[in-house]
Design a protein around this ligand. Sequence first.
Ligand SMILES: C[S@@+](CC[C@H](N)C(=O)[O-])C[C@H]1O[C@@H](n2cnc3c(N)ncnc32)[C@H](O)[C@@H]1O
Length: 270
Amino acid sequence: MSSIEDVRRYWNSRPCNIRHSPKPVGSREYFDEVEARKYFVEPHIPGFAEFEKWRGKKVLEIGCGIGTDSINFARAGADLTVIDLSSESLELCKRRFKVYGLDANFYCGSAEELSKIVPVEKYDLVYSFGVLHHTPHPEKAFSEIKKYCGPETELRVMLYSKWCWKVLWIILTYGKGAFWKADELVRTYSEAQTGCPVTYYYSFKEARRLLNDFQVIDIRKEHIFPYVIEKYIRYEYEKVWYFRWMPAWLFRWLERNFGWHTLIRARLKG
Ligand SMILES: C[S@@+](CC[C@H](N)C(=O)[O-])C[C@H]1O[C@@H](n2cnc3c(N)ncnc32)[C@H](O)[C@@H]1O
């Protein structure tokens, strides 16, 4: 099993979405393009986060990466605290806040030992998008998160889905159908840079089990990536032939039933 140090090294070597723009890294144009590209290919994120809803509220974001969602919480007027395991990612996130003249409390460290790093207090929202399936012991992270939740706190988390198009596509494309190697294949090919040390993926039942101490308000699937990867990395957006010809309603149906992102809203059990 990979260690938290392996995870840190991986995300330090290439912070998430760092190549979402060819502009000079750290410039305003760079961050503008990163955001535009992220929400173009993952348009469900703003609806899930509901940035505007958290104006004047305390938000804790776990695994902020280079801060695309973080900056939107801050822009909307949230009182924001962020943490990430990767110092390289966090530095870029800090730089982003400076560029836009916004502020947050920044912490570097692991969600698995959150209460040793971030002062324990209750938040209105604990938000974590695409993070907790990358930590070696997600159950430890969730039991830490509980300490920051009161009865009114909302938890919004994205975890990767098990029964989804992307997993099937990875098994067929890279594993030649070797479904018994699915865990290893998903780990290897889940991210833009191959070889992610930890990537778990969950059925709804497994996700509910992981969030055992929380009452799930809503759980649903979103997101199928429809573009030709070789073109996408050149910033061209051409859909693969079968998605190009697929009616929009069918694509939406596939996303809702076989999407890669499981979006969960929950509250601590009473
Ligand atoms: C796929 S990126 C997502 C980043 C960001 N949430 C976004 O949507 O752009 C995963 C992030 O989780 C962070 N991460 C992984 N394990 C972590 C942990 N145990 N504690 C805090 N952050 C962690 C990584 O450093 C990386 O920045």
